[in-house]
Ligand binder design. Structure first.
Ligand code: G3P
Length: 219
């Protein structure tokens, strides 16, 4: 499973990209607004830091304008992925942009039939929002499972990009059920490496090592 990070914060992206486990980035209008920065400049900087797909979302609601915005966003860098909403206009824009060879991420997916439509429209990625489904008492992971089953049965190569991830268990479960990508808020990505027994074990190793008085670099 690929790891994308779900942020427009360039400092976070630089720091996490240095770990070598960041395969891409997703942004949305809310994340751009939170950054307080110019969208085009921000996407250009992110694309410089992360060579993998960087999702930049259109702001238009009407297909022709979405297509124009998508083309403009793709001029920023080769790794820009145009993000369009799962509406009929978004699907129309997806088909046109995909036919032009552009990567398209269809976002705000909350049902398996919506995911089926996105694949039919040539989406590179479909973004089911699992946390927001959990928020209303539904099961986000069940949606990922249904989409996996449909895409496998129908031989679609659209990648399932699990979004709206809120917990470390979401990450593990998405990996188990075959999501192709998970886009993680930076705080969740950091938490994946944490375990109290790792900290405790390392403290004990360091205390014992100090007693030896040795230095590996001077050996
Ligand atoms: O990129 C969109 C998605 O990940 C949003 O997550 O937490 O606002 O539901 P959230």
């Amino acid at each position: 499973m690929k790891f994308f990070i779900d942020t427009a914060d360039i400092a976070e992206i630089r720091e996490l990209a240095a770990t070598g486990i960041v395969d891409g980035v997703t942004t949305n209008p809310s994340l751009i607004a939170k950054s307080g920065r110019d969208m085009i400049e921000t996407i250009a900087e992110i694309c410089d830091v992360v060579p993998g797909p960087v999702s930049a979302e259109v702001a238009a609601l009407e297909a022709d304008k979405m297509i124009a915005e998508g083309r403009r966003l793709c001029e920023i860098a080769d790794n820009v992925t145009v993000k369009v909403p799962l509406t009929w206009d978004g699907l129309r824009a997806c088909r046109t942009l995909a036919d032009e060879g552009k990567m398209v991420n269809v976002t705000l997916c909350f049902s398996a039939n919506q995911a089926l439509l996105a694949a039919k429209a040539g989406a590179t990625f479909i973004s089911p929002f699992i946390g927001r489904l959990d928020d209303i008492g539904l099961d986000g992971l069940e949606l990922i499972e249904e989409i996996r089953e449909i895409y496998d049965a129908q031989d679609f190569d659209t990648e399932i990009l699990a979004a709206s991830i809120r917990t470390v268990n979401h990450v593990k479960d998405c990996a188990k059920i075959g999501a192709d990508v998970a886009t993680l808020p930076p705080a969740i990505l950091r938490k994946l490496a944490e375990h109290p027994l790792t900290d405790k074990g390392l403290d004990a190793f360091m205390a014992d090592w100090a007693k030896t008085g040795q230095d590996i670099l001077k050996g």
